[in-house]
Design a protein around this ligand. Structure first.
Ligand SMILES: Nc1ncnc2c1ncn2[C@@H]1O[C@H](COP(=O)(O)OP(=O)(O)OP(=O)(O)O)[C@@H](O)[C@H]1O
Ligand SMILES: [Mg+2]
Length: 265
């Protein structure tokens, strides 16, 4: 693992943004997530790693109640965002997902203009009083998505006409337009080439100044480059969670070691 570079700088304790306790997920009879406890810190990139089918996406979707949309999926346990239970009956999942945004594996721009892709969330959440304010929100989000310069002269063109890497940055801009506090990313670079991947990774590092970022990745190099904390999942359990540098250089559990050295996966 000598080619690993770690982004972690000072090892300082950050505030807890999301606390998950005793989380279990079933799809019908199948037990996909088994008693997971984890704390996601503010201004930190947390990587979820582990072999295919171990439950990374399932657990990620628990954090903004995206599993609510899957009929046979049943989530139990406690997940708090800033100390408030996100599964409380009074919580509106649509509002929650504005606070806990999500970027998917495949760039999925809406079949609308670049402008309308980004303006969509702010419009439904009533974040702008007029067109000028909306223009400002859209520009700011596209800048944060590191794509403004490439699209500023074609805002009225379809988002689907952009390259894959541009589409993914557009989707990130769309996710940050509602001023989320947490950004969940499920393999956001798997459809991108190395140049676009590098751009998105750089962006993730910038995003952590304002947000908590949770990223699912199959690339150990990527986890090492972009995250400060790493959670290793195996067969539905969270085997090990800690500083990325520690997980990759000195894992405590033999299953973690086998995975990072390429013996399982
Ligand atoms: N919608 C669903 N209905 C039924 N079972 C599901 C569903 N989604 C996931 N599962 C099952 O839950 C388990 C965990 O799947 P999940 O997609 O969370 O894994 P993953 O770690 O994200 O895998 P990958 O790395 O391949 O994306 C698997 O056994 C999977 O088959
Ligand atoms: Mg997955």
């Amino acid at each position: 693992m000598n080619d690993m570079q770690f982004t972690e700088r000072a090892v300082d304790q950050k505030a807890i943004k999301i606390a998950a306790e005793g989380v279990n997920v079933h799809y019908g009879e199948a037990h996909a997530i088994k008693d997971v406890n984890v704390e996601i810190e503010e201004n930190t990139v947390t990587a979820f790693i582990g072999p295919s089918g171990c439950g990374k996406s399932t657990f990620l979707r628990c954090l903004n109640r995206m599993n609510d949309t899957i009929d046979i999926c049943n989530v139990t346990g406690q997940i708090n965002l800033d100390g408030e239970d996100i599964y409380d009956k009074r919580v509106d999942p649509v509002q929650l997902r504005a606070k806990v945004g999500m970027v998917f594996q495949k760039p999925n721009p809406f079949p609308k203009s670049i402008y309308d892709n980004v303006a969509y969330g702010p419009r439904i959440h009533g974040l702008a009083k007029n067109k000028a304010e909306l223009d400002e929100i859209v520009e700011k989000a596209l800048r944060r998505g590191a794509i403004w310069d490439e699209v500023k002269d074609r805002l009225d063109k379809p988002g689907t006409g952009l390259s894959g890497g541009q589409q993914q940055r557009l989707c990130i801009a769309r996710a940050v337009a509602t001023e989320p506090e947490v950004l969940l990313m499920d393999e956001p670079c798997s459809a991108l080439d190395p140049i676009a991947t590098a751009q998105v990774e750089e962006l993730i590092d910038e995003l952590r100044e304002r947000y908590s970022v949770v990223i699912v990745t199959h690339s150990m190099q990527q986890a090492a480059r972009v995250s400060q904390k790493t959670a290793f999942f195996h067969l539905g359990t969270l085997v090990e969670f800690g500083l990325t540098s520690q997980i990759f250089t000195n894992p405590e559990d033999p299953r973690t070691e086998s995975y990072i050295t390429g013996r399982i996966g």
